[in-house]
Design a protein around this ligand. Structure first.
Ligand SMILES: [Zn+2]
Length: 120
């Protein structure tokens, strides 16, 4: 997707300015995800959309491998990852990375429970 630059409406060129530079504001915000890209975030087992579900996390490579997942093999929701592992996730299963930041408030309640190790 190409985002066309939008002009700065408030910029007023000084009257004595002979510079004919075209002043523009370019929008560098990330392009919205296409439906195709969004579909790649679906859980490969149950097809739930993990992104709106707020189940974005990273587990240790060994955990991902134990679930039979390739490094870039797609996404799994918490429920399907646990079903594959045959056990509940514990805080040690998660990588120490920003994605697993406990302070992010938008994680799903079950993801938060697994990250903290608290059942309730
Ligand atoms: Zn799932």
């Amino acid at each position: 997707m190409i985002t066309l630059p939008s002009f700065v409406g408030r910029y007023r060129k000084p009257a004595n300015d002979i510079d004919d530079t075209l002043y523009m504001r370019v929008d560098f915000s990330p392009a919205p995800m296409s439906m195709n890209e969004l579909a790649k975030t679906n859980c490969v087992d149950c097809r739930w959309a993990t992104l709106p579900l707020n189940e974005w996390y990273m587990v240790q490579d060994s955990v991902w491998k134990a679930a039979g997942m390739e490094p870039d093999g797609g996404c799994l929701c918490i429920g399907c990852l646990e079903e594959r592992l045959g056990r509940m996730l514990t805080p040690d299963d998660f990588m120490d990375c920003k994605l697993n930041d406990l302070n992010k408030s938008d994680a799903s309640s079950r993801l938060l429970k697994r990250l903290t190790g608290k059942a309730t």
